[in-house]
Design a protein around this ligand. Structure first.
Ligand SMILES: Nc1ncnc2c1ncn2[C@@H]1O[C@H](COP(=O)(O)OP(=O)(O)OP(=O)(O)O)[C@@H](O)[C@H]1O
Length: 305
C-alpha cells in the first residue's frame, strides 16, 4: 500500500505538489492521472525517495522510502525505459542491478522469462525497440519481487500489441495482490486498465475513487433511440419530463430516463423501436469535465501569450 498524507513539494515559488493525500490499495491497478504539469512525476519521485517532500509524507507499507530495509524488495519502478547503458546486454544490466542490491543471479533469468526477453537477453540494450526497452525496465522493477510497483507512462509510444501486453501484465501483477500505481496520458487505455483512479490537477487532489465512479459522477448517461415514429415517441418522453434531443440522423438522445423506462413507454403506445441503447460517458469526457480548470497555462495559450 502507498499512502500520501499532506504531501507537498515546492520548487522556489512553484508549488508542484500541494497538500496531497491519497491511498493506493493492493490487489488493484490504480491509474494516476492529471494534465501536464499536474505533479505526477514529482509525486512518484517522492514516493521513491528521489525527491524530498517540503511538507507531509508518503509511506510505502507504512514506512518512508528512506527507512525501507531493502528498497528493491519492497518497491519496483519503471520511470524511464531508456535508462540503460546502450552497450550493455539486458542480462548484464539486470545482473548489475541484482548484484548491487544483493539479489541472486537466478532471479535475473526469472524476470527475463516473465517479461519474455530470454531469447534476446544477450543483445545490446541499445538495439532494443521501445517495446523491448519497456519490458527490460519492467524486468528491472520486478527483480526484488516487490509488493509495490510504480510505472510512469509505461505505454507511451508503444504499438497496440505492446500496449495490450503491458495492460495484461499490470493486471496480472495486481491479481497477485501487489499494489500497482501507473501514470498515463492515454485515457482510453487507463479506462480499461485501472480499477481505481487518483486524479490530480495543479498539484492538488481532484478525485480518488473507482474508475467507474469517476466516470459516472462526471458524465451524463443518455439513451439513444431510433424509431420510425421518433416524433411521436419524442413528444411522449418530453411529456413525461425527460429531456429529448433530436440528432442529425433522426435518432433521439434521451437524458434522465433509463432504457427500461423508454422501452416500456414505447411498448405501451405501440411504438416500434429500431434501437434502444444506453450511452455511457467516457473517461476522457469525465477527465475534461473535472480537470478543465486545473490545466496549467491553457488560458495563456488560448490568448496567444
Ligand atoms: N526540478 C524542478 N524544478 C523546478 N520546477 C519543477 C521541477 N520538477 C517539476 N517542476 C514543476 O513542478 C510542476 C509539476 O511537474 P511534474 O513533472 O511533476 O508534472 P507531471 O504531472 O508529471 O507533468 P507531465 O504530465 O507533463 O509529465 C510543473 O510546474 C513543473 O514545471
Amino acid at each position: 500500500m502507498i499512502e500520501a498524507v499532506g504531501l507537498t513539494k515546492r520548487y522556489g515559488k512553484t508549488v508542484a505538489v500541494d497538500n496531497l493525500s491519497f491511498a493506493v490499495e493492493p490487489g488493484r491497478v490504480t491509474g494516476f492521472l492529471g494534465p501536464n504539469g499536474a505533479g505526477k512525476s514529482t509525486t512518484m519521485r517522492m514516493i521513491l525517495g528521489l525527491d524530498r517532500p517540503s511538507a507531509g509524507k508518503v509511506l510505502i507499507g507504512g514506512k518512508p522510502y528512506q527507512q525501507l530495509d531493502r528498497p528493491l524488495r519492497t518497491v519496483g519502478a519503471l520511470l524511464d525505459a531508456k535508462w540503460v547503458h546502450p552497450n550493455r546486454s539486458a542480462r548484464a544490466h539486470l545482473q548489475w542491478l541484482a548484484k548491487s542490491n544483493g539479489l541472486p543471479d537466478r532471479r535475473v533469468d526469472e524476470v527475463l522469462d516473465l517479461v519474455g526477453l530470454t531469447k534476446v537477453a544477450k543483445r545490446r540494450a541499445g538495439s532494443y525497440s521501445l517495446g523491448m526497452s519497456q519490458r527490460l525496465g519492467i524486468a528491472g522493477a520486478l527483480l526484488g519481487d516487490p509488493k509495490v510497483l510504480l510505472f510512469d507512462e509505461p505505454v507511451n509510444g508503444l504499438d497496440p500489441e505492446g500496449i495490450l501486453w503491458i495492460r495484461q501484465f499490470m493486471q496480472g501483477l495486481a491479481a497477485e495482490g501487489r499494489t500497482v500505481l501507473v501514470s498515463s496520458h492515454l485515457l482510453s487505455e487507463m479506462a480499461v486498465t485501472a480499477q481505481d483512479l487518483v486524479v490530480i490537477g495543479r498539484g492538488r487532489l481532484i478525485s480518488q475513487s473507482t474508475t467507474t465512479e469517476f466516470i459516472e459522477r462526471s458524465t451524463e448517461n443518455t439513451v439513444r433511440v431510433r424509431s420510425p415514429h421518433a416524433d411521436k415517441l419524442g413528444a411522449m418522453l418530453v411529456d413525461k419530463g425527460f429531456t429529448v434531443h433530436e440528432d442529425a440522423d433522426a435518432s433521439l438522445t434521451v437524458s434522465g430516463a433509463s432504457s427500461d423506462q423508454i422501452g416500456d413507454i414505447a411498448a405501451a403506445a405501440g411504438v416500434v423501436l429500431h434501437e434502444l441503447s444506453p450511452q455511457h460517458g467516457s473517461l476522457e469526457q469525465a477527465f475534461m469535465q473535472l480537470t478543465g480548470d486545473s490545466v496549467e497555462y491553457h488560458a495563456e495559450i488560448a490568448q496567444g501569450k
